[in-house]
Ligand binder design. Structure first.
Ligand SMILES: Nc1ncnc2c1ncn2[C@@H]1O[C@H](COP(=O)(O)OP(=O)(O)OP(=O)(O)O)[C@@H](O)[C@H]1O
Ligand SMILES: [Mg+2]
Length: 344
């Protein structure tokens, strides 16, 4: 730490950040038209030191573009951006010593070299003090189970092994913040669990700030207490993962087994969404209690068994996209605000 590190509160700070790409599209045999892609559109948020935040949205939403601006790879077209008090685009090299990045889609490791050689190169490139390098390497090797892979050329590693190798590479210089762009993409269940456990420990023990992009909503549910959703470059939601259910007007499902087939159960506000023989599915608002509903059904219908199914965040986000696209979130409060439905 030192002066100008952004202090304790806002470690990452974006104020109406924009990124516009100019692309040329062919319109005829010899004609092309220039047009603009607004990949990130006036995004504002702050992340405090030590937070672990999810950053999600559909394909092309602007997630990777945001992360590239946070590392200084891309320069914003507008707005103000600071990481640890540093303007990433202006002082990319100075910032590089304080951040770590993992792009799940491509590796930062040297393809033909054994894993350990990539680490040795980074040791020198980042001028990491020997003691710290050894300590960080040992820790990563142990927690990410890399021991048997250190002498294998990167191109021979499986995707999951390579990803663990990349995560270790991003952490050798003790970064204060780690950006992960789809770190669990293509990993099997066991590798995902291993990566998640590692990230949880890293965040808890070292206080490393983590910004995580993913399409696997279990990553978010298991790791993050806060999630931001973007779509078409705009912030749609900023708040706890559970709050997505409210914003998405999500529903829980009561699955009821009756003694015998019956006409659809009438029990508003629940409504029957599916009937299969003696089994019926009733959707009801996720924030309503199931107890009175169950009591009412039990009093009038020959009930044998029942269960309640929670909504998954994925379907919630789909509802949100369908209903609230173009809405803007208020990062101060969490939740959608544009349509006046939020935050309560
Ligand atoms: N270098 C570029 N030149 C032109 N357009 C770009 C460039 N990089 C990204 N875009 C466009 O900007 C938009 C946002 O892309 P971005 O890669 O940030 O999305 P994403 O949220 O990471 O998506 P995904 O989930 O598919 O990784 C897309 O429309 C994309 O086509
Ligand atoms: Mg991306």
């Amino acid at each position: 730490m030192g002066e100008g590190d952004g202090g304790g509160r806002a470690f990452i700070e974006l104020d109406r950040v924009e990124k516009v790409f100019e692309v040329r599209r062919r319109t005829g045999l010899f004609t092309r038209r220039r047009h603009e892609v607004r990949a990130v559109d006036a995004i504002s948020f702050t992340v405090a030191r030590g937070e672990m935040v999810g950053y999600i949205g559909p394909n092309g939403a602007g997630k990777s573009t945001t992360i590239k601006m946070l590392t200084g790879i891309l320069t914003p077209s507008g707005g103000r951006l600071r990481v640890a008090g540093i303007d990433p685009a202006r002082e990319r090299m100075r910032l590089a010593h304080r951040i770590g990045v993992v792009f799940g889609q491509r590796t930062t490791l040297w393809w033909d070299l054994p894993l350990i050689d990539s680490y040795r190169l980074m040791h020198r490139m980042y001028r990491i003090p020997d003691g710290r390098y050894r300590e960080n390497l040992d820790r990563c090797v142990e927690l990410l189970e890399l021991e048997d892979l250190l002498n294998t050329p990167v191109r021979q590693l499986s995707l999951g092994q390579r990803m663990r190798g990349d995560i270790a590479a991003a952490l050798l210089h003790d970064p204060e913040v780690l950006y992960l762009d789809e770190p669990t993409i293509g990993l099997d269940v066991i590798s995902k669990a291993r990566v998640r456990r590692f990230l949880r420990e890293l965040n808890a023990e070292r206080g490393t700030t983590v910004l995580l992009t993913t399409h696997d909503l279990q990553d978010i549910e298991q790791l993050c207490s806060r999630v931001m959703v973007i779509d078409h470059g705009r912030m749609m939601y900023d708040g706890p993962p559970a709050g997505l259910h409210e914003v998405g007007r999500s529903e829980r499902t009561l699955v009821v087994d009756l003694e015998r087939e019956a006409p659809p159960i009438v029990a508003p506000p629940a409504r029957v969404v599916r009937v299969e023989g003696p089994r019926q599915w009733l959707a009801f608002p996720a924030d309503a209690s199931a107890a009175p509903l169950v009591a009412r059904i039990a009093a009038t219908y020959p009930l044998v068994d029942l269960s309640v199914r929670e909504p998954d965040i994925e379907s919630v986000i789909a509802t949100m996209y369908a209903g609230g696209a173009g809405g803007a979130a208020d990062p101060e409060q969490g939740g959608l605000v544009a349509d006046g439905r939020a935050n309560s």
